[in-house]
Design a protein around this ligand. Structure first.
Ligand code: NI
Ligand code: MN
Length: 226
């Protein structure tokens, strides 16, 4: 499983020959807009945690080119289905076995309204089990006790957690979250994009290190292999 970071919560995941894009907000991101051409991204599926613009801005452009299937909660799926896109609706607690692995839509504490005011349902995150590697994409969320449910079913190899504070968890809560999900290997996301969520990288990494954990902060376009 290969995971590439495109800023904010935008990720490309390559698993079993399938290309997945998560929460594409790339063209409008001041950190990634001039570094990544969204017209060249491959996508069989687009996974959306919630409807906020910093997670869905480039969905229609990428899905329009790739004809990818958009996977999200029911309201978000219907929003895009009405616009003519391919969708797979899910809801919280449900799993589906896709050709690349199993995806579960799990709880997040946040909000989820589209930029045009449409109802984006309730926000979530994803647990993906594929290629003998399991990952948790928390999405935008507060620290929540529900995270403790995840390791009861799934032994995680990587937790992708927001760390920018203000709109989501910050560093200290993300460390607790990594305890809750029982995964010490963390990819930090949702930081630095706007002034509200700028972080001190060295301090963030030191805090995780002091807690016996590994925090990875990737450059735009940088990848890790699991
Ligand atoms: Ni959000
Ligand atoms: Mn966000």
């Amino acid at each position: 499983m290969k995971i590439t970071f495109y800023g904010q919560n935008s990720l490309a995941i390559s698993v079993s020959g399938t290309n997945i894009i998560v929460d594409p907000f790339i063209s409008g991101n001041p950190l990634s807009g001039d570094k990544v051409d969204i017209n060249t991204l491959k996508a069989d599926y687009i996974l959306l945690t919630h409807a906020h613009q910093d997670h869905v801005l480039d969905v229609e452009a990428i899905a329009g080119i790739t004809e990818a299937t958009i996977v999200s909660n029911y309201e978000i799926a219907m929003y895009y289905q009405e616009k003519g896109f391919n969708v797979h609706p899910m809801n919280h607690g449900g799993s589906w076995k896709f050709d690349f692995g199993t995806v579960k839509y799990v709880n997040a504490i946040h909000t989820s309204t589209f930029a045009d005011g449409s109802n984006g349902g309730a926000p979530g995150g994803f647990v993906i089990e594929g290629e003998h590697k399991n990952i948790y994409i928390a999405g935008d969320t507060a620290l929540t006790m529900d995270m403790k449910l995840i390791p009861m079913r799934t032994k995680l190899d990587l937790a992708i957690l927001p760390i920018g504070d203000n709109f989501t968890m910050g560093i200290d809560d993300a460390i607790i979250a990594s305890n809750f999900v029982e995964c010490d290997k963390v990819l930090g996301v949702h930081y630095d994009t706007f002034g509200y969520i700028e972080i001190d990288h060295d301090e963030a990494k030191r805090k995780f290190y002091d807690a016996g954990k590994d925090l990875m902060l990737l450059a735009i376009g940088e990848s890790i292999e699991l």
